[in-house]
Design a protein around this ligand. Structure first.
Ligand code: 5GP
Ligand code: MN
Length: 350
């Protein structure tokens, strides 16, 4: 069995939801009384899988007749520009306006409650708490769990639940789930791209959505300022061959000042790691994105020699074996030093 980004998963402990788990989740939705308030929450700084699985599922709930329905995420209520066309955006409310005590809260793509930021309290105040996720590192927060580490994206779990709720796929739901699926499989390039992933993609495409248009909007469009910003940030990348016991580390950083100078929003930096990780001479790639004077959102990727989720978890974050992240405090050099020190202990030996 493989997980996101090619993670080879051990046996039954990570087997994914049981029939009883699915039945409990279906029952939690089916028993909602008329007028029930449902809150959907995805992780901070949402990506295509977080927003796509949440909004796709939300549109499905709307089709089921749920009227009091909100979708939200912690932090500033800003949707990255490439995702600002997604169907279902009208479900979004700022975190401060989210129901304080919904009848049901459903969480998407968050491996831990901390990823829900100021909205984590809803796990306690809601009548029921259902978690849809695909991180092997999921901490088991919430009460009902549909966590499948073998799923390529959280949208795989969301689509199955919609199917079990007898919600037919339409083009709007499909567009959301397709964005989620392509985001987390790197457009069907990662190891997690199983036959089942392509079968799901086929079901989604059969609704009439246009993959060329979607991919161009989500992955292949950015402001000219971002192109120049990438040039500058890639120009200062460092190749550290001895790191990770000789497997090599390539890294760079982008400051808040870089963003200001090029008049860019932080989301443009999310795809920067893809331009860095293609370095042939390094197994591990790292991008430090400044989010405060002494605070960095760190992205880590590996090609297979290092379990970067172990590095990220050791430094307070999480993620998948070959794609992980954490928040680092201090100077960029200090954060990098901590990462470098963790790499040797995270080598994959078997
Ligand atoms: P990215 O580098 O694309 O932001 O994130 C890669 C993976 O690491 C994603 O699966 C994401 O969930 C996880 N991740 C990124 N940043 C953090 C973090 O600060 N905390 C945790 N727990 N996971 C993170
Ligand atoms: Mn995901």
């Amino acid at each position: 069995m493989t997980g996101p980004t090619g993670d080879v998963l051990p046996g039954p402990a990570l087997a994914g939801p049981t029939e009883a788990d699915w039945a409990a989740a279906v029952a939690a939705v089916r028993r909602l009384p008329t007028g029930a308030r449902v809150l959907l929450v995805c992780h901070v700084n949402p990506d295509g899988d977080a927003l796509g699985s949440m909004l796709g599922f939300g549109l499905g709930l709307r089709r089921l007749g749920v009227r009091q329905l909100q979708a939200t995420f912690p932090g500033p209520p800003e949707v990255p520009e490439p995702l600002r066309w997604l169907p279902g955006l009208d479900l979004l409310v700022p975190a401060a306006e989210a129901y304080p005590d919904p009848d049901l809260v459903v969480c998407f793509d968050a491996a831990s409650a901390s990823r829900l930021g100021e909205l984590a309290d809803r796990l306690d105040t809601a009548g029921e708490a259902l978690v849809l996720d695909h991180h092997a590192s999921n901490t088991g927060f919430g009460r009902l769990h549909l966590v499948d580490p073998g799923a390529a994206a959280t949208s795989v779990v969301a689509e199955e639940l919609l199917g079990r709720l007898d919600v037919p796929l339409d083009a709007e739901i499909a567009a959301c789930l397709y964005v989620a699926l392509t985001t987390d499989t790197g457009s069907f390039r990662f190891e997690a791209t199983t036959p089942a992933v392509h079968q799901l993609a086929a079901r989604l495409l059969a609704t009439g959505i246009r993959p060329g248009d979607i991919s161009r909007q989500v992955f292949d469009t950015r402001p000219f300022g971002a192109v120049r910003l990438f040039g500058e940030v890639l120009g200062r990348a460092v190749l550290d061959c001895p790191a990770a016991a000789g497997h090599g580390l390539v890294w760079t950083y982008a400051t808040m000042d870089d963003l200001v100078r090029h008049d860019q929003r932080p989301y443009v930096l999310e795809s920067l790691i893809d331009s860095v990780r293609c370095t042939a001479e390094a197994d591990v790639a790292c991008v430090l994105k400044q989010v405060g004077p002494e605070e960095w959102a760190v992205s880590l990727r590996s090609k297979g020699a290092v379990d970067v989720s172990r590095v990220a978890m050791a430094l307070g974050g999480g993620g998948h074996r070959f794609a992980a992240g954490f928040t680092g405090l201090g100077s960029a050099q200090k954060v990098l030093g901590r990462i470098r020190a963790e790499l040797d202990g995270a080598l994959i030996t078997s």
